[in-house]
Design a protein around this ligand. Structure first.
Ligand SMILES: Cc1cc2nc3c(=O)[nH]c(=O)nc-3n(C[C@H](O)[C@H](O)[C@H](O)COP(=O)(O)O)c2cc1C
Length: 328
C-alpha cells in the first residue's frame, strides 16, 4: 500500500488532501468528517480584513446581496457570519476536535493593524496561517508594481507577526506571475496556494442589474494551477498547494505529478459531500500501487517543467504548435 504521508510547510499530514477554506470549513462537525474520510489538514473559512477593521457591516450587506442572487451561492453561504471572537473560538474548537493540522485563513487586500490579529489566531492554536490576497484593482492610477508592493507588505507583516508557517493564496492575474511568486517566496512564505477564485459579477437581463455571483469550479479550470505548479516546482522554496477544479483521483494525481505538495478541495466536496474524500484517496492509492510507486512523495514533481523531456509543453511553444495544427 502506497504511503500517502505528506509534509506541508513543516507540518506532518497523513495524506495530501486538504479541505479548502470554504463554507464547509466553518463548522467543526464538517472538519471532523473531513478528518474521518482522510483529509490531511483543513483550512478554516477566511476571516476578512474588513471584519477585523470593524467595518464589516457594509461588506456583510454586500456579501449577503451576492448570496441571495445565486441559488448555488444561497445554498453554500449560510447567513451567519463569523466575527473575530467567533473565529478564535472556531480555531480553538477545531484544534480540540482534530488531530490533523488546522490552518486558519485571513482574507485581505491592504496592510494595516489587523495583521497583528494573526498573533491571536496563532495563540488560539492554529498550526499555520493561509493569507488570501484578494482584491479587485479598479483604479487606473494604481500600477501593478504598486499592487505587488502592497501585497508584499502584507506578507512581510504577517510573517513577522507569527512563528507558525504562512501560506499565501494568490490569484493567477499577474503580468509576471513567476516573478511575483519568487518575491512572495523570498518574503518568507512557506507555501503558495494556487489559485484564488474570484466572485464574478454577472448581468441580469430581467432585473437590468449587475449581480455578484460565485459559482462552483469546473474540472477544466484545474489546468490553470496545473501549469503554474509545474513551472514553479523546484524554483521556489515554498511548498505548492493546488486549488481549483480538482474533483477526483486523476485530478489529484496530475497536480502532484506537476509538483503540488498538497491538493485542496472545496467545490467537489460541496457538490458530492465530504465523504468523497475517501473515494478520491482510494483512487490515488490504487494508481500509485499500480504504477509501483511506493509513496506519494515518489510521484511528486515527476512531470514538473524541470523533469519533463519537453519543457516547452508548459509554455508558448506548444500553443503555437497547437494553433497551427488546427484545421476545421
Ligand atoms: C462556498 C465557497 C466558499 C469559499 N470561501 C472561501 C474563503 O472564505 N476563503 C478562501 O480563501 N477561499 C474560499 N473559497 C475558495 C476555495 O478555498 C477554493 O480555493 C476555490 O473554490 C477553488 O477550489 P475548488 O475548485 O475545489 O472549489 C470558497 C469556495 C467556495 C466554493
Amino acid at each position: 500500500m502506497a504511503d500517502l504521508a505528506t509534509e506541508y510547510m513543516g507540518l506532518k499530514l497523513p495524506t495530501p488532501l486538504v479541505l479548502a477554506s470554504s463554507a464547509l470549513s466553518n463548522r467543526v462537525d464538517n472538519l471532523e468528517m473531513a478528518e474521518g474520510h482522510g483529509a490531511g489538514a483543513v483550512v478554516l473559512r477566511s476571516l476578512f480584513e474588513e471584519q477585523l477593521e470593524a467595518a464589516g457591516t457594509a461588506l456583510d450587506e454586500e456579501l449577503s446581496r451576492g448570496a441571495e442572487s445565486s441559488p448555488e451561492a444561497r445554498t453554500y453561504f449560510p447567513p451567519q457570519r463569523v466575527g473575530p471572537h467567533e473565529y478564535l473560538s472556531l480555531v480553538e474548537r477545531a484544534k480540540k476536535a482534530l488531530e490533523i493540522p488546522v490552518i486558519a485563513s485571513l482574507n485581505c487586500c491592504a496592510p494595516g493593524s489587523w495583521t497583528e490579529y494573526a498573533r491571536d489566531i496563532e495563540q488560539a492554536g492554529a498550526d499555520a496561517l493561509e493569507v488570501n490576497l484578494y482584491s479587485v484593482e479598479a483604479d487606473p492610477q494604481v500600477s501593478s508594481a504598486e499592487v505587488e508592493a502592497r501585497y508584499l507588505e502584507i506578507v512581510h507583516a504577517v510573517r513577522a507577526a507569527v512563528r507558525v508557517p504562512v501560506a499565501v493564496k494568490l490569484s493567477p492575474y499577474f503580468t509576471s506571475l513567476a516573478h511575483f511568486a519568487t518575491r512572495v517566496d523570498a518574503a518568507g512564505a512557506n507555501g503558495l496556494v494556487l489559485f484564488n477564485r474570484f466572485m464574478q459579477p454577472d448581468i441580469s437581463l430581467e432585473k437590468m442589474a449587475a449581480l455578484p455571483t460565485m459559482t462552483l469550479s469546473a474540472p477544466s479550470e484545474a489546468l490553470l494551477p496545473l501549469r503554474w505548479i509545474a513551472m514553479l516546482h523546484g524554483r521556489v522554496k515554498a511548498h505548492l498547494a493546488a486549488t481549483t477544479g480538482v474533483y477526483d483521483a486523476p485530478g489529484v494525481l496530475k497536480q502532484v505529478l506537476a509538483g503540488a505538495q498538497v491538493v485542496q478541495l472545496a467545490s467537489a466536496l460541496v457538490k458530492s459531500g465530504i465523504p468523497q474524500l475517501g473515494k478520491i484517496l482510494q483512487g490515488v492509492e490504487d494508481w500509485l500501487d499500480k504504477r509501483g510507486l511506493g509513496s506519494v512523495d515518489a510521484a511528486r514533481g515527476a512531470l514538473s517543467q524541470r523533469a519533463v523531456q519537453d519543457p516547452g509543453a508548459y509554455e508558448r511553444a506548444q500553443y503555437v504548435h497547437l494553433i497551427l495544427s488546427q484545421n476545421i
